[in-house]
Design a protein. Structure first.
Lengths: 227, 315
């Protein structure tokens, strides 16, 4: 599903690489946690996968798409196949919950009737039924992040990338969000989660990839996390 | 994307453009104001230009050369003379008026002045038979003049040939003035069109800046280039269409206002009545052209602005 082969990313010509020859293979339907301290390269990795950045060297293949052969105008097509959740939610403040989720469908030309059909279903998955007409500012952080997850999965992507989704949340809300990610994974979506929350990692008991100074220092199944 | 999805996306782009236009109204007003000025100048120049052309054609049509024959010239001589004049290269038409025709015309033209008519009818028709020559090119009367100045022809005349020479000078002045005005109009149109493009360009740049978060999110969610860019172009096309309609309204109300006060008086060369008729008769053409120009100015400037400020390439 996700294949990285000796991928490096250097931002400035002389500087230290943010990612240094990283190789990673994620199977379909897997739930993988990427851990590491701030600046370790987790976010760079995510940005490479969503093609916000281009790798300096190495090969990236996601869902059968080879990033070397990807033209700029094909990037939207790639992004439609990947669901992404961000630490800062990235919701549109002047749209309500329903509209924020519908937005992801609107931009790909889904009809209004299909949107009215689909959105309630994902709202149910993220346990937000009844909050359709609330504005993002009226919601708690955890609820906002669940709206963002709903928006990420509404197009039924094969892969969900969640970059520090619990970073801005208190432990209770953080755990709500993680439980929803697990639920989505059970439905068959590959989940790639980055976090530096030790408690979540230890509770989840999933495959853990540890990144340190741009390198993968460990990759273990059902691992716990120690810094 | 399937045909249906493309259609849905197309409508959404237009709808988003309209929504953005309303959200962006304070910026839009400045952009539209300058566009209204531009389009009003375009429209005004157009109408003034065609009115001047009309006036010149009218005066030009009145210019002719009159040859006054003396009463001794017989029919054979007249026939020969007419034939010779017709064969000249710069002659558009030749008309012969007999003494009685000239008299009839004179009486008709001065029907209101009884004294003049009485003075003429008391004597035995003093008016000469006249040959009226209309030239093709007003600037080349020499060939006709040379022909008429021959002694064998001046001998047949009762009075010197009339060339409407002063009218010719007047026409030259009008033509010159019109050309100058045309140039001024053209330059004004170009200058204001450029200013409009720059201001719309700026407006769209501001709009892109105001919506940068939304645009970023759209990108991350996989919105295509056309879906992000389209609404900005639609928005500035709306500026153009509205500005065109406003400029038409301005000119229309200017005519309405002037019709009451200026109808009777003539504004020198600018024949208000003709201008008004021209505006009314060509209303649809003018409207279409204005809307078209407005749309093009809007589309071009936002096309450039979005190309420049919505960076579609990644690093």
């Amino acid at each position: 599903m996700i294949l990285l082969d000796r991928v490096s990313k250097t931002y400035s010509k002389s500087g230290k690489p943010s990612l240094d020859r990283i190789s990673l293979h994620v199977e379909p339907k897997e739930f993988v946690i990427v851990v590491g301290q701030s600046g370790a390269g987790k976010t760079t990795l995510m940005r490479l996968l969503t093609r916000e950045e281009k790798q300096t060297s190495g090969k990236i293949i996601v869902g059968g798409i080879d990033y070397d052969k990807l033209k700029d105008k094909e990037i939207p097509i790639l992004r439609r196949k990947i669901g992404v959740v961000f630490q800062d939610f990235k919701l549109l403040p002047d749209k309500n919950v329903f509209e924020n989720i519908a937005f992801a469908l609107e931009i790909v030309g889904v009809s209004n009737s299909e949107i009215r059909n689909t959105v309630p279903k994902v709202l149910d998955i993220v346990n937000l039924t009844g909050k359709e007409s609330n504005m993002p500012l009226e919601l708690s952080g955890g609820e906002r992040q669940r709206v963002a997850i709903a928006r990420a999965i509404v197009r039924q992507p094969k892969i969900l990338i969640a970059d520090e989704p619990t970073g801005n949340l208190d432990p209770k809300h953080a755990w709500d969000v993680i439980k929803i990610l697990e639920k989505i994974n059970r439905y068959g979506t590959t989940v790639l989660l980055t976090t530096h929350n030790q408690e979540i990692v230890n509770k989840l008991k999933r495959r853990v990839v540890t990144v340190k100074e741009g390198k993968i220092v460990s990759d273990r199944a059902h691992a716990s996390y120690k810094i | 994307m399937s045909g249906k999805r493309k259609l849905i996306t197309f409508w959404r782009v237009i709808r988003n453009g309209a929504v953005n236009f309303i959200r962006n109204i304070s910026l839009a007003i400045a952009a539209m104001a300058i566009m209204v000025v531009t389009l009003t100048i375009v429209l005004f120049s157009w109408i003034v230009n065609s009115t001047f052309t009309h006036t010149i054609n009218q005066i030009t049509g009145k210019i002719d050369i009159s040859v006054y024959l003396n009463d001794n010239v017989n029919q054979a001589q007249t026939g020969k003379l007419l034939k010779e004049i017709k064969s000249l290269s710069n002659v558009a038409s030749v008309q012969y008026l007999s003494k009685s025709q000239v008299l009839a015309q004179y009486e008709q033209q001065n029907a209101s002045n009884k004294q003049l008519i009485e003075a003429v009818s008391e004597t035995n028709n003093p008016l000469p038979a006249t040959i009226i020559i209309k030239p093709i090119n007003l600037n080349d009367l020499e060939s006709i003049k040379n022909f008429l100045d021959q002694p064998k022809i001046t001998g047949l005349e009762s009075a010197p040939t009339s060339y409407s020479g002063q009218e010719k000078e007047a026409i030259d002045r009008i033509t010159h003035a019109t050309n100058v005005l045309r140039e001024i109009g053209f330059i004004a149109v170009i200058v204001f069109a450029i200013v409009s493009v720059l201001i719309i360009f700026n407006t769209i740049q501001m709009a892109i800046f105001n919506r940068r978060d939304e645009i970023h999110i759209m990108r991350l969610l996989g919105a295509g280039t056309a879906y992000i860019r389209g609404p900005f172009i639609v928005e500035s096309i709306i500026y153009g269409v509205l500005a065109a309609l406003i400029s038409i309204l301005i000119i229309n109300s200017a005519f309405q206002a002037s019709s009451g006060t200026l109808q009777a008086s003539s504004l020198g060369l600018l024949d208000i009545n003709y201008a008004n008729t021209f505006f009314t008769n060509h209303f649809l053409t003018l409207l279409t052209a204005q809307v078209g120009i407005g749309m093009v100015i809007g589309a071009v400037s936002s096309f450039i602005a979005t190309r420049r400020y919505l960076k579609f390439k990644i690093r």
